[in-house]
Design a protein around this ligand. Sequence first.
Ligand code: ZN
Length: 113
Amino acid sequence: MHVVKNDIVEVITGNEAGKTGKILTVFPKENRVLVEGINYINRHVRPSQKNPQGGRVQKEAPIAVSNVLVVCTNKNCAKHNRGVRTRVKQEKGKSKMRVCYKCGRAITAGTEG
Ligand SMILES: [Zn+2]
């Protein structure tokens, strides 16, 4: 997986191409991610305390992780606020980090876990 929870990602293919959102959940086994505000589906729900009426609610559905790219937040980057490919960089004595393929700056939005 090239993304982690809380990453800001851009959708690169499908109906929602070009939209960005925050990763809410990662499903490593399914290679899918749940992205805030992306891929809404209508779900039928039974009445509950939270939703006494029941009926239809809009809810995000997971999308394939291959359809998203992490957004680079470096203002000087040619791909500022756009999805970018990342590579892994490891400096001596430091833990691995993901950096933007274009500008080389660390992608720090996400947190592991
Ligand atoms: Zn960049």
